[in-house]
Design a protein around this ligand. Sequence first.
Ligand SMILES: [Zn+2]
Length: 138
Amino acid sequence: MIKKFGLPPTMFYLNDSNNPNTYATSRISNQNFPDGTVLIGFSLIQQECLHSPSGTCSSFPIVMAHEFAHIADFKYGTGLTGKHKELFGDYLAGCFMYFREVEFKSTFVQEAAISFFQKGNHSFNGPVHYGIPQQRYT
Ligand SMILES: [Zn+2]
């Protein structure tokens, strides 16, 4: 993923309790990896793998690609905000999914798409609107 995105963020595991999540921040935690930081929740990994009919946890690397897209956004400054910023992350994650499938032939695309569908919401006025389920799926 670092090769595909050309970005080496610092990565940490996160005790996300029972609130599955991953985060990307522009904060530099290690000067050797100056493109920001990605935090990977233990329970998110568990959830993605528990809901993996193929048993491959195919959605997890795509979720990580979404976070790498945020790192790219921090570095190159798209200027996007709100749901557009989130859907940009999904778009690059979809690009990564394509390359992953071409190279490894082991990505269950539908499984990853359903995971993103389930992470959509309709809280248009909430603190973070990620896009509606169909937008995230697409
Ligand atoms: Zn995001």
